[in-house]
Design a protein around this ligand. Structure first.
Ligand SMILES: [Zn+2]
Length: 433
């Protein structure tokens, strides 16, 4: 993957998007969207949005914007973008990705097609472990360049905020290198990146059969080093049979708490783990959730924790079972959607693809998927005060899609209808648009 890397231009200038056919504002009550509120995208037709200094300063009707005295006076200082009746929505918030890896996992891909399961592939040395070698050998510069290229591609698909995890290094130096690559790549992109330390992704080969010893290293050596260098906002753990137990997840969460990192976890991808004991750590998000105990749904609904679905992984692993989104939404759990971009189980960086899968396989309505991929993703990253909706005072993160109706975004699956992305007030670099 190649991209032209450059310093993003300054977001100081003013930007007017006008002639918007459908503007999905996602404005609404405070707190993550739950139940019926998930289905209201807050549409304004024939709309305009004014952004100044990287912030949204006005959202309204097109005719009012065109009559606005300040805008008329400031004509020369405002970059005007005629949206031509297209759809504009808040930039997608991709709240779950694993973008720091060296190579695709093509052998695993073929093995799975031939019938091997996720766990059989892991047992034979494939899976996450096969990415470890590549990251340990890669230079920081190479990982940084690859991540920056990934961010550019995400931006072209309408994503403006990305959560990026480490987790393919799994020793101190390689985890720090991965997080530094995230920081370096983020500096080359106009969008926003939140980083997550995922030292507890799997037990590395040198600790095989000694997971507790590895958890100790994660908690007492790696976590403090990450926190000291301010390399991550979150700590994550893969809580699953074959990875880490619920008790080990609690140890990781407790260490994160001691080191000032917020927590999130991979839960219930292949088997059920009780969630309630982990809620006392106030996780920002629990992700996958293909398997969940009914008794945990009420506890989740009563919490601020978001359940993040990643249907790209179900699709790519070829499993027929998807998370039961209707049950979560019916119970009042706040749900988000993300790509889970990673080389093993979900090599897609397309949020439009993720929402399309959620429509067709999880029976979420197009409106629900958009809310889950924007405002609720922002809640899952604790950045909802500035991201995820088109409201005055929020960051100017917008995506323009070449469609007349937002429902076409999940409908035209497998292609990319995003023609322009605005990130913190900066239009993307002209490769498209
Ligand atoms: Zn993941």
């Amino acid at each position: 993957m190649k991209a032209t890397l450059r310093t993003p231009p300054s977001p100081k200038s003013a930007l007017l998007l006008f002639n918007i056919g459908q503007l999905l504002t996602l404005r609404g009550p405070s707190g993550p969207r739950r139940g019926r509120a998930l289905a209201d995208p807050g549409i304004v037709e024939d709309a305009a949005v004014l952004c100044v200094g990287g912030k949204i300063v006005s959202v309204g009707k097109n005719k009012d914007a065109l009559r606005d005295a300040w805008l008329r006076r400031s004509h020369k200082r405002v970059m005007e973008i005629d949206c031509g009746g297209r759809v504009v929505l808040p930039g997608f918030v991709d709240s779950h990705t694993h973008p720091v890896f060296a190579k695709p996992r093509l052998v695993d891909f073929e093995k799975r097609i031939a019938g091997a399961s996720y766990e059989e592939i892991a047992e034979s040395g494939g899976g996450i472990r096969s990415s470890i070698e590549g990251v340990r050998q890669a230079s920081k510069a190479a990982l940084t360049a690859q991540f920056a290229a990934t961010l550019y591609a995400m931006g072209r698909n309408g994503t403006t905020t990305v959560e990026a995890k480490s987790g393919y290094g799994l020793d101190l130096d390689s985890e720090l290198k991965s997080l530094e690559a995230i920081r370096g790549g983020a500096r080359q992109w106009a969008g926003t990146v939140l980083s997550t330390f995922l030292g507890a992704h799997t037990v590395p080969p040198e600790y095989r059969g000694r997971s507790q010893a590895y958890v100790e290293i994660v908690c007492t050596t790696m976590m403090p080093a990450v926190a000291k260098r301010k390399l991550a906002q979150f700590a994550d753990v893969f809580c699953e049979r074959g990875a880490f137990s619920a008790e080990e997840a609690e140890q990781v969460f407790a260490a994160a708490e001691r080191n000032g990192l917020a927590v999130r976890a991979h839960m219930g991808q292949l088997s059920e783990t009780r969630v309630e004991p982990l809620l006392r750590f106030r996780p920002a998000s629990l992700d996958h959730m293909d398997y969940v105990n009914d008794a945990d749904l009420a506890a989740l609904a009563a919490s601020e924790t978001v359940a993040t679905f990643v249907p790209g992984a179900n699709y790519f692993l070829g499993v027929t079972r998807y998370p039961n989104a209707r049950k979560f939404i019916g119970a009042g759990v706040a749900v988000a959607l993300a790509t889970d971009y990673n080389p093993g189980s979900s090599p897609t960086l397309s949020m439009p693809m993720a929402i399309s899968l959620a429509c067709t396989h999880m029976k979420m309505s197009p409106a629900e998927t958009v809310a889950a991929a924007t405002i609720n993703g922002a809640w899952a990253l604790r950045v909802a005060a500035r991201k995820g909706s088109v409201e005055t005072g929020k960051d100017a993160d917008l995506a323009v899609f070449d469609v007349e109706d937002y429902r076409e975004i999940p409908y035209w699956f497998g292609g990319n209808r995003c023609v322009l992305t605005i990130m913190n007030g900066v239009p993307n670099d002209g490769e498209i648009g």
